[in-house]
Design a protein around this ligand. Structure first.
Ligand SMILES: [Mn+2]
Length: 486
């Protein structure tokens, strides 16, 4: 008897899913693709979209924030022969089984699995089924990539897009911001195909292509208040440090800086953040950089992390089709438009972060968590980005951060929760914690490291209190949640 390794059984399930896709296309079946609206979801939709396009399939792609009644309604109305859910779905098995049990459904997801179904029309490719960590080892676009590659090995050229998705989901959690696990297989494909180079440096966007002040201004992970998005301020900041911007006539890029200059720069940044009341490990500024070397220098597509921000911006600002088109290869109008959306998005984030920092009651520290009160000022679709940014800057890294925005017309508050490695190691699992929204008439779930929830507006304070308590329990090593197999 041979014992199969997790990677093998995972890849075998991707191959099965690929077969379902190919068979549907052979019968000229109509395919509905639904995907999540963050960078990873858009990348996943781009990967599957391109694979279907190459098969000459009949298909349609929709991007949404949740698996909800709208999706169910679409499926029932249009009766596709196959439904593919990417980057979400595993948290909604019972809902789907209840509402659309007779449809052929393919779930390509990496979120924790909630509930059970033995419906034979449903097939799921999810790393958690195989004991692989979906929070850090493979993303939704990565799962989609393995399926696409099983459909046709030529789809290996979509590997950079899968890396972009993984970085969008902040899966670079291995030592020095490396991607690891199944993501490493994807990197290998991308490097072998000559599409990606991996380098180590300060993780500013455009280390070899942008003048240093512009690289600094373009960087959003970490977000640096007063510098991110503000080129003039970056010029002044670098001047103050005595770092020359030009070498003769030529702009200097990050790769041109001496080791000493880089050291000065990173400690000055740490100090700058501290002066804004934010903390940052200098080590977090240095790491693996994934360069898409076939992309034009100076564009946001050149650096995989920045590419992810561009995709995220199209999703968050209601233009996800631009992001999908870019993933599928459009370097014309769609890219041009997406660049404008990215600009707007950076401005929005600046505004929101400035707003949060303006008054202490907007970022509160409780016993076990931080809470950002976004009120109805912060856009609910951007609340996740804000929490992702600020979790890197909190004073006590063992405390997770939850942020919420109020959506008056839905009578609900939408929460986004993030945590650090430190808290994970101490046993925090936000996916389990957010699930407690159900007790307050809402819903929630996600990953151990990043999760979301929505609850009715009048239950916000109760929910926050419950989350604070649950995280406290997890930090003390107590079991939380009702899930049996996630
Ligand atoms: Mn994802």
């Amino acid at each position: 008897m041979t014992v199969q390794m997790p990677t093998e059984t995972f890849l075998a399930s991707a191959a099965k899913a690929a077969k379902v896709i190919s068979e549907t296309v052979e019968k000229d079946g109509f395919i509905h693709v639904f995907s999540h609206l963050d960078a990873d979801g858009i990348a996943a939709a781009g990967v599957i979209g391109k694979a279907l396009y190459r098969l000459d399939a009949r298909f349609r792609i929709r991007i949404t924030q949740w698996v909800d009644e709208k999706i169910i309604g679409d499926i029932i109305a249009d009766k596709p022969q196959l439904v593919i859910l990417t980057d979400f779905g595993s948290g909604y098995l019972e809902l789907l089984d209840e509402k659309v049990p007779d449809f052929r459904l393919l779930i390509l997801d990496h979120h924790q699995i909630l509930g059970k179904t033995d419906n034979e029309n449903f097939m799921q490719v999810n790393p958690h089924v195989h004991g692989i960590d979906g929070a850090t080892e493979v993303s939704g676009s990565g799962v989609a990539y393995f399926v696409a590659k099983a459909v046709n090995p030529a789809n290996a050229d979509l590997s950079p897009i899968a890396l972009v998705g993984a970085l969008g989901d902040m899966q670079d959690k291995c030592e020095q911001r490396k991607l690891c696990g199944l993501n490493e297989l994807i990197i290998k494909d991308a490097v072998v195909a000559g599409l990606v180079k991996v380098e180590k440096d300060l993780t500013f966007f455009g280390r070899e292509t942008r003048p240093i002040h512009r690289a600094l201004a373009a960087t959003t992970t970490p977000f640096i208040p007063g510098l991110s998005g503000e080129e003039d301020a970056c010029v002044a900041f670098l001047n103050n440090l005595g770092i020359e911007l030009k070498d003769g006539e030529r702009w200097r890029a990050l790769r041109d800086l001496t080791e000493d200059e880089k050291k000065r720069l990173s400690s000055a940044l740490a100090e700058h953040l501290l002066s804004k009341g934010l903390h940052l490990e200098v080590a977090n500024l240095i790491g693996d950089i994934y360069v898409l070397n076939r992309e034009e220098p100076w564009t946001p597509l050149r650096d995989a992390r920045e590419f992810a921000v561009l995709l995220n911006s199209t999703g968050r600002l209601d233009r996800p089709s631009l992001g999908i088109a870019v993933c599928m290869g459009d370097r014309g109008t769609a890219l041009e438009e997406a660049n404008k959306v990215l600009d707007d998005y950076r401005k929005n984030i600046n505004t929101y972060l400035g707003w949060v920092m303006e008054k202490p009651e907007r970022l509160k520290e409780l016993e076990n968590i931080y809470v950002i009160y976004g009120e109805n000022f912060i856009n609910e679709k951007i609340i996740g980005t804000i929490s992702s940014i600020l979790i890197n800057n909190v004073e006590h890294p063992e405390k997770p951060l939850i942020a919420f925005a109020q959506v008056e017309k839905e009578g609900a508050a939408k929460f986004s929760a993030r945590t650090t490695e430190t808290a994970l190691r101490k046993g925090v699992n936000l996916g389990d914690v957010m699930q407690t929204a159900e007790k307050f008439g809402g819903k929630g779930g996600g990953h151990n490291v990043a999760a979301g929830a929505q609850v009715p507006l009048d239950k916000v304070e109760d929910f926050i209190k419950a989350v604070d308590e649950l995280v406290g329990k997890q930090l003390r090593g107590e079991q939380v949640g009702s899930r049996d197999n996630a």
